[in-house]
Write a protein that binds this ligand. Structure first.
Ligand SMILES: Nc1ncnc2c1ncn2[C@@H]1O[C@H](COP(=O)(O)OP(=O)(O)O)[C@@H](O)[C@H]1O
Ligand SMILES: [Mg+2]
Length: 254
């Protein structure tokens, strides 16, 4: 477990993670189908991808193309109908809900489009709560450190409804990074923000990606955000229709 001192030192050193190689996430032939009144609906078809530690991946595509479903499976929140998913050397598809919850608590952070802050807690308490729930040390110090890092030093005692949308999203980012995740998943993190605030949130995500070395996996339909990521895939009707760079393609079934 990393101490607050280590986090501060890492922030101050702000080292670059340019040695991609160790796979953080590997998905092979993911399929997801559900039964509906109209019959079987294919949501994902044979999606394969790999993301190295410290790297970044953008998932783009039109509304309804399967982005959120894929992100939920990659993050261990949902299970595919078939295919395998490995995160931090742990095969999530071979685990039950309890095992996946443990992997999420130890390694994963989330930022949602709708922020998902608890309305009855202050900004500080929102960031502290998951740390305390998981028995992390120095919850208060870490929460203050990351809220300061996202520019909210003077908003610690504000409740979510007393904060602007951009400020609420920054609290959510501080909350996600405070647990020092190895990998951060964000589903349309700028979807509810105006473009200037969105640009600030994007800068912040990538600064923290560099400083903390966290792998980033983002869902977005904003080209500007996607272009910040070293890897990009585009979904159409649940299938990968474009990849960048091309060498990222990994044994995709046809
Ligand atoms: N549990 C479910 N039951 C039925 N249809 C679903 C379910 N989850 C997602 N879908 C459908 O699958 C498609 C992809 O959904 P989603 O992953 O949320 O897309 P995106 O995030 O790209 O907008 C949509 O058409 C959606 O309605
Ligand atoms: Mg979605």
């Amino acid at each position: 477990m990393k101490t607050l001192d280590t986090l501060v030192a890492r922030h101050n050193n702000s080292h670059n993670h340019d040695s991609f190689g160790i796979p953080m996430l590997h998905a092979q032939s993911l399929c997801k189908q559900v039964m509906t009144a109209a019959g079987e609906l294919k949501i994902l078809e044979n999606v394969s991808l790999s993301v190295a530690a410290g790297d970044s991946l953008a998932i783009t595509g039109a509304s309804g193309s399967g982005k959120s479903t894929l992100l939920g499976i990659l993050a261990g929140l949902d299970q595919p109908s078939s295919g395998t998913m490995t995160l931090h050397n742990k095969e999530l598809t071979a685990m039950g809900e309890e095992g996946r919850a443990r992997v999420r608590a130890d390694h994963v952070g989330f930022v949602f489009q709708s922020f998902q802050l608890l309305p009855g807690l202050t900004a500080l308490e929102n960031v502290m709560m998951p740390l305390e729930l998981h028995g992390r040390d120095c919850a208060r110090g870490k929460a203050e450190f990351f809220l300061t890092r996202v520019g909210l030093k003077d908003r610690l005692q504000h409740y979510p409804q007393q904060l602007s949308g951009g400020e609420q999203q920054r609290v959510a980012i501080a909350r996600a990074f405070a647990s020092d995740p190895d990998i951060l998943f964000a589903d349309e993190p700028t979807g509810n923000l105006d473009s200037a605030t969105g640009a600030h949130v994007i800068d912040l995500l990538f600064e923290l990606n560099r400083e903390q070395g966290a792998t980033l996996v983002l869902v977005t339909h904003e080209q500007r955000l996607a272009e910040h990521c070293r890897q990009r895939i585009s979904l159409e009707g649940g299938k990968v229709v474009e990849r960048f760079p091309m060498e990222m393609a990994c044994c995709e079934a046809v």
